[in-house]
Design a protein around this ligand. Structure first.
Ligand code: SF4
Length: 328
């Protein structure tokens, strides 16, 4: 089958992935491979803008790659690599920064949010982050980027930078990427309030053991109004129920919905059903991950091969970019 286009997506090396990463991105990464030529990048340079320590950076990249592979990324088709290993991206970043007005960058809500989050470390990299992100996409001549609605402004920004570059240098070397609109579900953590995240320690790792998964699920916050077993519950506000909708059968979902409302089922039993379904769902992933982990060289070879294939595209693009700009 001829791919419908080339997809690029990047994710920061956050180490072992959790259910939020899986439902929010990895699952989609796997599915996109059926129709598109895919390039998935572990964006370690982006991570430097906020990391206080880089001690675990390499290991986190490897762990994340392992999870991607175990989840179904097919390295024989898909290019999977680490951003910093193809340094052409930093050169393109520099060139693109010359056609990017500073005011546009400092006006971006994401930049303002970062300034609020880390006022002690408002580094230059934070301002240039969207330019580096643009360089990531266009360096590999990707014409498609899977993004959720909340990230759409970033892609629009990338498109503007590409237009500015092509206009300024009277070329069409760079491709304006389009968005593959993806409704990424917002996965709430076990605290029932905030988005699932490692830094908030409200996550469930994909590679957790069945017992660890059980422990986490049993800690999950449910409907706060349901204080006693005899109180009727409200599945629509319960995070456990959101997970049932993904991992349980339609019949179970219907039953829980009905029984919860009349206090026919208690939260402990409801969670036990979820544990069982979740563990069953994750079993093939865990099995594959354990297999892959037995040969630590395998993932390194995959990343090396991805780097080489990505570098071929990057060198070609940079030759065209330099030529268009008039650099020697
Ligand atoms: Fe949530 Fe299930 Fe408890 Fe209802 S029974 S409040 S859906 S955990």
């Amino acid at each position: 089958m001829t791919p419908k286009g080339r997809v690029f997506s990047g994710a920061r090396p956050t180490g072992r992935q959790h259910l939020g990463n899986y439902l929010g991105a990895i699952q989609n990464y796997v599915a996109l491979q059926d129709e598109y030529e895919c390039i998935y990048c572990i964006v370690d340079l982006h991570a430097l803008t906020t990391l206080e320590s880089t001690e675990d950076l390499r290991q986190n990249s490897v762990e994340m790659a392992l999870d991607w592979l175990a989840a179904g990324i097919r390295p024989e088709e898909t290019i999977m690599f680490i951003q910093s290993q193809v340094p052409e991206v930093t050169e393109l970043h520099t060139i693109l920064s010359m056609v990017t007005p500073l005011g546009k960058l400092t006006d971006l809500p994401t930049f303002k949010e970062k300034v609020r989050q880390q006022p002690h470390n408002v580094n230059y990299g934070l301002v240039g982050y969207p330019v580096l992100m643009t360089a990531d996409i266009v360096l590999y001549k990707a014409n498609l980027v899977p993004v959720g609605v909340d990230q759409a402004p970033h892609l629009e920004f990338a498109r503007e930078v590409v237009r500015s570059f092509n206009y300024r240098f009277k070329t069409n070397v760079l491709i304006e990427p389009e968005m593959i609109s993806t409704e990424y579900p917002k996965v709430i953590g076990i605290d029932g309030v905030q988005k699932m995240s490692k830094s908030l320690n409200n996550h469930i790792e994909l590679a957790a053991t069945p017992a660890e998964t059980r422990q986490k699920v049993m800690q999950m916050v449910t409907d706060p109004q349901r204080k006693r077993r005899s109180d009727p519950g409200r599945p629509e506000v319960c995070n456990v129920f959101s997970f049932h909708k993904v991992f349980s059968t339609p019949q179970q979902v219907q039953e829980i919905d009905r029984e919860c409302r009349i206090a026919g089922i208690g939260c402990v039993d409801c969670k036990k059903i979820l544990v069982e379904n979740l563990n069953r769902h994750l079993e093939p992933f865990r099995h594959r991950r354990a297999e892959l982990s037995r040969d630590p060289q395998f993932v390194l070879d995959v990343l090396q091969n991805g780097k080489e294939r990505a570098a071929l595209i990057a060198r070609q693009t940079m030759a065209e970019v330099r030529d268009a700009v008039g650099l020697p």
